[in-house]
Write a protein that binds this ligand. Structure first.
Ligand code: MCN
Length: 811
């Protein structure tokens, strides 16, 4: 059987998905099911004086209604926060319903449970909450100023934590360097919008005293542990199933109040409880992403050779710490040096509470932010020393290596050839030609300027070595697991611990097992996302699934092969060393006709009629894999934009992505991941922005004014592939799920600023909406405080950024 790893096997999961056969949480209906509606605070900061549920309880169909105080005794602990990044972090208890204070618009204050969804929603309008409005604080810098309203009074400050890391003598390097460039970047807040909103259904089984919790989650295994910690119900009594899940992008890497509420209420009421998020709730109750203010510095020689990297970052936590809120910046903490060499490295993060929706992981989580800082500042350095952005990168790349190599921030890289991806990208983009066209447009006075932007990013993913996660004070491990069961009929059940929700694990993991076992991909069934059927796993996020879970599949399959070898040697009456193994068949060395296949051996292992002494029946094996290092994908992205100086409109004319994600399992799936990621990053650069007004009201609270781009707004992405095997794992694979989102915002914004550099020292900021671009060109200060329109519709901007004289951005 020809090898299938590296080939474009069509996604096995697609027929079900594209013919409407797939079942999502909202499709599930069970007898006796009740609906839950969460009453949410309309105010960003308010004391809750009282919650009167009496009118709501009298409404038709209502079964029960509870305030936060009513449910206070149902909790064994608050919602899970798994990453206390420092010992002295301010970590407020976060209950599923607020009891004393609402701390952001959308904070849950009560629940109503009724026979139908409409009845629950109607009755929720009759819940009378007496709110005493308090001053909210929205802006991070205002939140840190003296006299700011305090989100959590018990701490007396809105500072959540300060975390710092250095490698080398940073102060010395910066004080001695002839060139220091300093930039300030404001990374706007974003709202993840998976196609499927969140949903949960909790079905109690009173006869057994157990519960099945269906949730649209990326992390069923972690949710299960969190449910036990939160409700005190033993793990053995909780089964979590993530059925088909329509995307997550990090927003479903979370344990949400609604999951805890559905479980606690199903327990109280003895009936199934269901909740489906509305799109509006997605804006107010699903965690947000990004929202940082960065100060990034590079120290260099006069010719632009980098000596040191230094960054200070403020990160908006929102009103509470969710599962990994404080840790998100740390995921980028080693990447503020990008793919470049240097002697010293310093990074400091300050987490800040504000009266806004909590932030947490959003595709890339910490790494798009770091990449933005370094890739923008590389352009600033190029400008400062009078070099082309290509040249400044070439001269600063860490030289090609195939063995583990230290990086300036102190971790160890697995493999890399950064310059080679840049050279391919330059060729594919026609860089020289683009520069000529740029010049000719400038010379002819064309109002539509051309800009070219680069992002030669480096990523850290494949989360990851558990010991390292422990050193970072992360509360869980980074291992993953797989079980391979070769059934008596020669088919395979592959049980995996990752929880795919669009990434194609059913296909790619089948490919890995198929090559190891010599069994066709179509004969392999993959079981996942059900804590009863696939009990061991750490789920899907951080582009970890292939580099951790995929290796577990490979190792489990290898164990199966080794067990099968014992049975083959026994049956063929030779020693194990006398056997060759290829494509699922063992044959006697020198006598290829004497052979036996894995399916035949699986049957023997099942009948157990003639097994070697001491060997257990059945042909199956489990592997749990905990890597020694992360994996480090990288690449070069080049974007060409056209900026209409009369309207401020930015059009992406060309986008080239050359990525090296190690050995490819399925090139088509990899391309799909790259394109999806790039598009998400272009949206981050040009369109998407969550805007709060000063009262803490989210102005962009629906898809009519939060600008998610349509396919027609976006260019085709030209893809180039390099394959430098990782040294971290035996398959040589690295992750790809976030590369595009990590690389692209910097490439796009560098391109926009490159176009405008002809007009002076302009820095547009992001997202580079037509209005913001126009105002930057025309020096017209701050943008309007409301947000409107869609891509290309002249979207307004509330968190006004303006071009500043130092080339940075100010909020
Ligand atoms: N792959 C491959 N060869 C490689 C690398 C990856 O064939 N060298 C394949 C993998 O086998 C897998 C897919 O590409 O089928 C993505 O693998 P990986 O990079 O390991 O990422 P994960 O599967 O862990 O996915 C998580 C990642 C993250 S963190 C976000 S956010 C994200 C993303 O994936 N969210 C997504 N991609 C998404 N895609 C969809 N459709 N929906 C989301 O919500």
């Amino acid at each position: 059987m020809a090898k299938v790893v590296g080939t474009e096997v069509l996604r096995k999961e697609d027929p079900e998905l594209i013919t409407g056969q797939a079942r999502y949480v909202d499709d599930l209906v069970v007898p006796g099911m009740l609906w839950m509606h969460v009453v949410r605070s309309p105010l960003a900061h308010a004391r809750i004086n009282s919650v009167d549920l009496s009118r709501a309880k009298d409404m038709p169909g209502v079964v029960a209604a509870f305030s936060g105080t009513d449910l206070a005794d149902d909790w064994a602990g608050p919602l899970l926060m798994a990453w206390p990044v420092t010992e002295d972090i301010n970590n407020p208890p976060h209950w599923p319903l607020a009891k004393d204070k609402a701390r952001f618009q959308g904070d849950g204050v009560a629940v109503v449970i009724a026979e139908t969804r409409a009845q629950a929603a109607d009755a929720a309008e009759d819940v009378d909450v007496d709110y005493e409005p308090l001053d909210p604080v929205i802006d991070m810098e205002a939140a840190l100023a003296d006299g700011a309203p305090i989100v959590h009074e018990e701490f007396g400050t809105n500072r959540c934590y300060t975390w710092a890391h250095t490698n080398g003598d940073v102060d010395k390097v910066f004080s001695e360097a002839p060139v220091v460039v300093k930039e300030r970047y404001v990374l706007q807040r974003q709202v993840p919008n998976a196609i499927e909103p969140r949903g949960v259904l909790c079905q109690p089984n009173p006869a057994m005293g157990d519960f099945t919790l269906y949730s649209a989650t990326q992390i069923p295994h972690i949710v299960k542990v969190a449910m036990t910690l939160g409700t005190g119900i033993p793990e053995s009594k909780i089964r979590v199933i993530a059925p088909r899940v329509g995307g997550g992008f990090g927003s479903k890497l979370q344990v949400y109040a609604e999951e805890m509420l559905a479980l606690a209420l199903a327990k109280r009421l003895g009936r199934p409880v269901k909740w489906t998020e509305t799109r509006s709730e997605n804006f107010l109750a699903t965690h947000h992403g990004r929202d940082q203010i960065q100060e990034m510095e590079l120290a260099a020689d006069e010719d632009g050779k980098i000596r040191g990297f230094r960054a200070k970052v403020k990160a908006n936590m929102g009103a509470y710490l969710m599962i990994v809120t404080p840790g998100v910046p740390l995921l980028g903490a080693w990447l503020y040096c990008g793919a470049y060499g240097g002697e010293a490295y310093g990074i400091e993060f300050t987490g800040v509470f504000t009266s806004t929706v909590p932030t947490d992981a959003y595709r890339g989580a910490g790494r798009p932010e770091a990449t933005y800082a370094i890739e923008r500042t590389m352009d600033a350095l190029a400008k400062r020393v009078g070099k082309d952005p290509v040249e400044i990168r070439r001269m600063n790349f860490i030289p090609a290596f195939t063995e583990p190599t230290p990086m300036p921030s102190g971790l160890t890289l697995d493999s890399g050839n950064y310059e080679s991806t840049l050279e391919t990208a330059l060729e594919m983009a026609g860089y020289e030609q683009l520069r000529k066209e740029q010049q000719s447009r400038r010379d002819s006075g064309d109002s539509k300027l051309l800009g070219i932007g680069l992002s030669t990013y480096l990523e850290m993913c494949g989360l990851a070595p558990s010991r390292l996660l422990s050193a970072l004070r992360y509360a869980a491990g980074g291992w993953d697991a797989a079980q391979v069961r070769v059934l008596p009929t020669g088919k395979v059940t592959l049980v995996i611990g990752t929880s795919p929700h669009g990434q194609g694990h059913v296909t790619t993991f089948s490919q890995i097992a198929a090559d190891d076992l010599g069994i066709p991909v179509e004969d392999i069934e993959v079981v996942h996302s059900d804590t009863e059927l696939a009990p061991l796993g750490m789920d899907t996020y951080g582009s970890r699934s292939l580099a951790v879970g995929g290796i577990a599949v490979h190792r489990a399959a290898q164990k199966v092969v080794e067990k099968a070898r014992k049975i083959a040697a026994h049956e063929l009456e030779v020693s194990e060393d006398d056997l060759d193994y290829e494509a699922g068949s063992f044959s006697v060395k020198g006598a290829p006709d004497k052979a036996v296949t894995i399916p035949a051996l699986a049957f023997s292992a099942w009948t157990a009629h003639n097994l070697p002494d001491g060997l257990e029946p059945n042909l199956d094996a489990t592997a749990v894999y905990d890597p020694e290092n992360f994996v480090w994908p990288y690449g070069a992205h080049i974007c060409a934009v056209e900026v209409d100086t009369e309207t401020g409109q930015v059009d992406v004319l060309k986008y080239v992505a050359v990525d090296d994600v190690g050995t490819l399992v399925n090139p088509q799936i990899v391309d799909g991941q790259v394109v999806g990621g790039v598009i998400q990053g272009i949206a981050e650069a040009l369109y998407e922005e969550a805007v709060y007004d000063d009262n803490g009201t989210l102005m962009t609270s629906s898809l009519s004014n939060y600008c998610v781009p349509a396919a027609s707004d976006l260019p085709p992405v030209q893809i180039g592939r390099h394959e430098t095997p990782s040294t971290t794992n035996e398959l040589g694979v690295k992750g790809v799920g976030e590369t595009g989102t990590i690389a692209s915002p910097a490439a796009v914004i560098n391109a926009v600023n490159d176009a405008l550099s002809y007009l002076g020292d302009i820095d547009v900021g992001r997202p580079a909406t037509p209005e913001r671009v126009w105002r930057a060109i025309h020096g017209r200060g701050e943008a309007r405080p409301e947000a409107t329109g869609g891509p290309g519709a002249g979207a307004g901007t509330g968190t006004a950024e303006r071009a500043t004289s130092d080339g940075g951005e100010a909020r």
